[in-house]
Design a protein around this ligand. Structure first.
Ligand code: ADP
Ligand code: MG
Length: 387
């Protein structure tokens, strides 16, 4: 069943009527740019061919109804209040609705919305941003609001940060909004600027999800965040005029790093060099040298392992096997780390049977197989036509 058929049947099942608008938005993979976003550096992601679709109908009654094939039904007549507990998933579309009201959406009556997803949950593929962007596209069409994709990405991030209460960067929403088939999405997190980089449709991304998650993952992120800002403070006290780690070149960093406290030095070195790696990936892709970016992906992982210390043994193992396979261009942990998934970039020579051999080797070592997901690099958020 197509995205539009399955979300339409989800809608009709719950609301016994036809939707007026359909939209879909993809999940995403962080390709390179690890913990660079809040340091105001660049990051590169890829939109994938797994996404969240929504179906929407405006109604005269002041009622807001939310149906999902995976979450409980929610109804409210107060669109400005947050939902709690099992109903909290509705905060994603509701938060987007509120963010769009601040950008000129004229409210009247209410709406019914149905949600259908094929983004596996818990794989760090950003189903939340996909839900936000699909909702945003549908609301804009339904309320005749014209906003650019940049404004939509920013509105959706605002919804997630402020209404849902998750302090994410702009990567998830930016990639979901700007994805393009066969292209990567580059985000300059300082200027909040988005661009696409041709990759080639013969390349795809493989995700190996370990399902491991450090029990203290939230506080680990917070500590890394603080260490990066502590590095800026220490570098400032050494006379450098910087506000973020993105303000310093690897050469400047090299000249001052010995005077930083040990952990702070390691975290900052990871970020400063990762920013440089993202720039190098851009330069190589501009020349069409896709196979040469692999070394930078492996370097990124090595830096996570030894400097940022946000890898885990399971991810290190996956990356080391992937690195030994000539069919793989590059691999690294993807996302925040301390668990989660590894990604591999590969051409057509890497097939499902190679992926299975990676999964089997992993099982031999850790007793369980990782989930393997093969993703094509796909299109960003868009309206779907009603059939
Ligand atoms: P990720 O974005 O990495 O997938 P998050 O925790 O940020 O993980 O977002 C997951 C949340 O997004 C879910 O707990 C739920 O609230 C919402 N969500 C995702 N998919 C759906 C869906 N199909 N229907 C309703 N809500 C969804
Ligand atoms: Mg998310």
């Amino acid at each position: 069943m197509s995205h539009s058929d399955s979300v339409t049947s989800c809608f009709t099942e719950h609301f016994q009527s036809q939707p007026q608008f359909l939209a879909t938005a993809p999940g995403r993979v962080e390709v390179i740019g690890n913990h660079t976003d809040y340091n105001q550096g660049p990051v590169i992601g890829a939109a994938i061919d797994k996404g969240v679709s929504v179906a929407l109908r405006r109604i005269d009654e002041r009622a807001f109804r939310f149906a999902s094939s995976d979450f409980p039904f929610v109804e409210t007549n107060d669109s400005s209040s947050k939902q709690n507990g099992d109903d909290a998933w509705a905060n994603y579309p509701l938060g987007v609705y509120n963010a769009l009201i601040r950008r000129g959406l004229q409210q009247s009556g209410g709406f019914e919305i149905a949600v259908k997803s094929d983004v596996p949950s818990g794989a760090g593929l950003s189903s939340s941003a996909a839900l936000e962007l699909a909702s945003a596209k549908a609301f804009c069409a339904a309320y005749e609001l014209e906003l650019s994709d940049k404004e939509l990405a920013i509105a959706c991030r605002e919804a997630e940060n402020e209404f849902v209460g998750v302090p994410c960067g702009i990567l998830d929403q930016g990639v979901s909004a700007f994805g393009k088939t066969g292209h990567l999405v580059h985000i300059d997190c300082r200027e909040i600027e988005f661009s696409t980089i041709p990759l080639g449709s013969e390349y795809s991304i493989w995700i190996f999800n370990t399902h491991q998650k450090h029990s203290l993952v939230e506080s680990m992120y917070a500590t890394r965040h603080e260490e990066c800002f502590e590095a800026v403070k220490q570098l400032e006290s050494l006379g450098l005029d910087i506000s973020y780690l993105a303000d310093i070149t690897p050469q400047q960093f090299e000249a001052h790093k010995d005077r930083l406290s040990p952990n702070v030095r390691k975290r900052a070195e990871h970020v400063v060099c990762e920013i440089e790696r993202v720039k190098q990936v851009c330069a190589l892709l501009a020349e069409g040298k896709v196979s040469e970016v692999g070394g930078l992906l492996f370097d990124s992982h090595e830096s996570s392992r030894t400097l940022f210390e946000n890898s885990i043994e399971e991810l290190d193992y996956l990356v080391s096997i992937l690195k030994s396979m000539p069919e793989v261009i590059g691999a690294r942990l993807t996302g925040g780390g301390f668990g989660g998934a590894a990604m591999a970039l590969a051409g057509e020579a890497f097939t499902q049977s190679y992926a299975q051999s990676v999964a089997s080797a992993y099982r031999g070592r850790f007793g369980e197989e990782p989930d393997v997901l093969h993703c094509q690099v796909s299109e960003g958020a868009r309206l779907l036509s009603i059939s």
